[in-house]
Design a protein around this ligand. Sequence first.
Ligand code: SAH
Ligand code: SF4
Ligand code: F3S
Length: 438
Amino acid sequence: MNSTPKIYLETYGCQMNVADSEVVLSVMNQAGFQRTDDMSQADVVLVNTCAVRDHAEERIYGRLGAFHAHKKAHPGVVIGVLGCMAERLRKNLMESESFVDLVVGPDEYRRLPQLVDNAFSGEKGIAVRLSRVENYDDIVPLRTDGISAWVSVMRGCDKFCTFCVVPFTRGRERSRSLAGVVREVELLAQQGFKEVSLLGQNVNSYRDGDHDFADLLAAVAQVDQEMRVRFMTSHPQDMSDKLIAIIAGQSNVCKYVHLPVQSGSDRILQLMNRTYSSDHYLKLLERIKRDIPGVSLSTDIIAGFPTETEEDHRMTLDLIRTAECDGAFTFKYSPRENTKAWHMGDDVPEEIKTRRLNEVIEIQRAISYKRNQEMIGQNVQVLVEDVSRKSAADLCGRTDTNKMVVFPRNGSSVGSYIQVAIQRANSATLFGSEISSN
Ligand code: SAH
Ligand code: SF4
Ligand code: F3S
């Protein structure tokens, strides 16, 4: 073992997992562990996992194969599986993957140092209790310096959409204190972060005493006018006018709302327990577009939910056309054990799911293309995030509407705000050139 034990951590899944991994690194750092990006140097190898779709788990099984090989070569190394898949599979995971030493769910990360210690002396550990109160409010996540920081403001989900495993892997909904979140954002501003994203599975349900999510968003926006504030995810059921007004009224709250609809068929929405109709969703979008000029919107769509007919599918395509969101995250339905939808069967054949998904993607791509073409000739403010992946001569960054912009490097540095004139666009990216920096 290294004199200062080293920990290697890979993260899969949503931004909540990315944020949780920073909590894990903080807890382990306090206990004397040092982070390494080189697995071959590590005494502890951890993977923070996702269980939302079968495909997500398949990927992790692939990585577990690599960890197994690593353990064979370095028998003293402790291997731990964290996160949603750990919570879902519990001791079954330990039984099927015998080289795994630790299985630790999302609410048990404070116990990691002890569990790792035990594992060094040969004792395997499972910690998968879900908590009604744990929100890691007092733990300062160990972040890598950068432009953008994730801040979880609540944990868990009480919505129980019938397809979704999250309420089972993350437990009941609970919020952090408004004061705790604001304090963390103040610290991030001092450290030079330029953007925070407030995270929760359903941020509209945020509550701290009398304060709701709109109050939290307003308070965070007050911390530093130079700091962009993003948030996700909103549920269409309880998106309030008050929240819409805060987004519209605070200049540093980004004019971008991710609002998953899942389906355009009311029958399917009901089977999904989404608690709104397609009409309610479209009216809500109308209100958002009216009250937040220039707003950009994205959604999530599931293709091939149990019993979905061609007619239901056509309604989804119609909704996508009417909604005219800037983007969509699209998924094939994946049955998850223990969810209500699991018992509805999985009766849409794979090739039909694939075809429907492709139709959804095609229609959305054309809309995204059209929306981005409308940006040509406009000047937009961009927060410079990085060197472009495709060319070292270009930089990239996003508009506050969350659109990626690529432009020639012109002396501007990462972390600055610049004005870019948009000259061309495809369905995913805007291209332009810098007009002035400030
Ligand atoms: N809390 C968020 C996101 C949860 S997971 C929300 O309510 O929108 C992100 C997306 O994954 C969901 O919006 C849904 O579109 C998709 N998803 C969740 N479970 C799924 C499943 N079993 N099969 C396919 N897609 C799923
Ligand atoms: Fe899953 Fe629905 Fe909760 Fe989102 S709101 S995490 S889809 S149960
Ligand atoms: Fe996956 Fe868990 Fe997030 S299931 S999507 S990592 S909450």
